[in-house]
Design a protein. Structure first.
Length: 226
């Protein structure tokens, strides 16, 4: 089956854009707003635990805020999925617009609102992406968490070499592309943060805007062909 046979939001190119966004969000929230991750809640739990262990209780609130906001974002998108389940609504596009709106708010208030509020908005955006986009090319997919992808790459490479499994080799290539995109997103924020500071949130804004445009154009082309 070719990539084109999958839904647009499950194609590899689109998934690379999602992981690039996720990497940019986490890098931005960590660098610009108090060393908190927008989406990587495992990292926030670790930081919460280490601060607890060192009795740095004043820092706990920012990690709890991110985690609670992430859960609320998940619930929000879950509710939208139920509301529009049987309606002719492009849910992937709707969630991307929601994510873009939250990021634009962050850009406009990043010098005004406290770090914890900004982090909450970023966590809402990250949660929206994770809840909506769960598959790439028909396989389970999480744009925010890369640990499982390391295991996937190692297993696929082993199977590809040991059993000469072409599908496994392709899976390894696809997963490496997704992981590389995550790094690129983080690297772009790291680079632009040197000159733009908190306004380096422009990186995920541009990426999400590009994903919306690509999704719209590809949908239009498919309708025209049919």
């Amino acid at each position: 089956m070719t990539q084109r046979a999958y839904p647009l939001h499950e194609q590899l190119l689109f998934g690379c854009g999602l992981t690039m966004t996720a990497g940019a969000l986490d890098a931005y929230s960590y660098l610009a707003h108090g060393a908190v991750f927008a989406g990587l809640q495992t990292g926030n739990l670790i930081l919460l635990g280490t601060h607890l262990g060192q009795l740095q209780l004043a820092a706990i609130g920012r990690y709890l805020t991110a985690m609670v906001a992430f859960m609320l974002g998940t619930m929000l998108v879950r509710g939208l999925q139920h509301v529009f389940e049987n309606r002719a609504v492009n849910q992937p596009a709707l969630v991307l617009w929601l994510e873009l709106g939250l990021l634009v708010i962050v850009a406009g208030t990043t010098r005004v609102l406290p770090d914890m509020v900004i982090t909450a908005l970023l966590s809402l955006a990250a949660a929206a992406e994770l809840q909506e986009f769960r598959q790439i090319k028909g396989a389970p997919f999480t744009p925010l968490m890369m640990t499982g992808n390391f295991r996937t790459v190692a297993e696929a490479l082993y199977d590809g070499v040991r059993y000469r499994d072409r599908a496994a080799r392709q899976k390894a290539k696809d997963t490496l592309m997704l992981m590389g995109s995550f790094v690129i997103g983080a690297a772009l924020v790291g680079l632009l943060y040197l000159s733009l500071g908190a306004y380096s949130v422009a990186v995920p804004i541009v990426i999400v805007g590009g994903l919306i445009g690509w999704l719209h154009e590809q949908t239009r082309q498919r309708k025209w062909k049919h």
